[in-house]
Design a protein around this ligand. Structure first.
Ligand code: ATP
Length: 136
């Protein structure tokens, strides 16, 4: 049991972000956070903006993602988000600035504001900040 692993690939339209063998992961699926262990039933699901947590030998690694899809087939997990950054890659100050910008827009509601776009930018920034902190 303990040596059963998941093979995970995280690939965006731009690049391969991660590829590794892990014990389990939790992803922000469209219906809410979803855990995947070895032996999981075949699955295809949409993903929301949020944080992926990968567990391996007592170590947690977090990746911020925005949207996309995940496929699980026979312990092979393929995650295809629109954007993804590992915690180590995230520029925390940039994410804080993006969060403040989005919050200001949503508060001031200037003429012609695309509120959905500002809300999506806010959620991406929050996910990045959480991933840096190692939480979801
Ligand atoms: P910003 O306003 O700071 O550009 P954004 O949410 O508009 O943030 P995205 O459009 O989601 O940015 O992403 C554009 C590219 O920049 C993607 O490749 C994404 O991985 C990368 N990226 C965005 N924010 C960060 C960050 N804080 N640290 C590292 N890479 C980031």
């Amino acid at each position: 049991m303990a040596d059963k692993k998941l093979t995970v690939e995280v690939v965006t339209p731009e690049r391969s972000v991660a590829g590794k063998e892990i014990d389990s992961l939790v992803v922000p699926a469209s219906e809410g956070y979803l855990g995947v262990l070895p032996g999981h039933a075949p699955l295809v699901t949409g993903l929301q903006v949020g944080v992926i947590t990968m567990k391996n030998g007592g170590q947690d690694e977090t990746i911020a993602i925005s949207g996309g899809f995940m496929e699980v087939i026979e312990d092979k997990v393929t995650i295809m988000p629109d954007t993804a950054e590992t915690a180590a890659e995230i520029d925390a100050a940039r994410a804080e600035r993006a969060k403040e910008r989005a919050e200001e827009r949503l508060e001031k509601r200037p003429e012609g504001l695309d509120a959905a776009r500002a809300e999506a930018a806010l959620q991406r920034a929050i996910a990045r900040i959480k991933a840096v902190k190692g939480v979801r």
